[in-house]
Write a protein that binds this ligand. Structure first.
Ligand code: AMP
Ligand code: ZN
Length: 137
């Protein structure tokens, strides 16, 4: 896709620090890593975010990430990793080509904890009912 940064990385029109590649998937270092070894795993075929991918393509990508996570963690001497993807700009997505972040972690202090809220049982039940009714559609 024209003007897509990660398509250009796939095509090798832009440089990147590739750690793994096969015919469908590319994994390369994030250029502004949150932690050492921060890696992006992407499908070579363009999609804006993972909700656009076929089940098969998404499974292959996640399975490859699952394989890479412990290897990256070991390689950089970390203890664990965050595995995340952003869908749509409101979530913080900046590059609109599907990518999964693998962020090695040593302890919980590298990133602020998620700002959990404390809803009532009634509020949780209302949210649950709303989502369940959408899932039935
Ligand atoms: P997101 O906010 O989920 O869209 O994440 C996009 C990520 O891509 C950010 O963590 C950026 O640091 C990273 N990024 C942007 N440009 C490049 C690039 N040329 N090579 C590697 N990573 C990049
Ligand atoms: Zn793209």
């Amino acid at each position: 896709m024209e003007d897509c940064l990660f398509c250009k990385i796939v095509e090798k029109e832009l440089p990147s620090y590739i750690i793994y590649e096969n015919d469908k998937i590319l994994a390369f270092l994030d250029i502004k890593p949150i932690t050492n070894g921060h890696t992006l795993v992407i499908p070579k075929k363009h999609s804006t975010d993972m909700t656009e991918m076929s089940d098969e393509e998404a499974s292959e990508l996640i399975n490859k990430a699952k394989e890479l996570i412990p290897k990256i963690v070991k390689a950089v001497g970390a203890k664990g990793a965050n595995f995340a993807t952003n869908c749509k700009s409101e979530s913080g997505q900046d590059v609109f080509h599907t990518h999964f972040h693998i962020i090695p972690r040593w302890d919980q202090k590298e990133l602020p904890p998620w700002p959990h809220s404390n809803p009532s049982k009634e509020e949780l039940a209302e949210v649950k009912n709303n989502i369940v009714s959408f899932l039935k559609e």
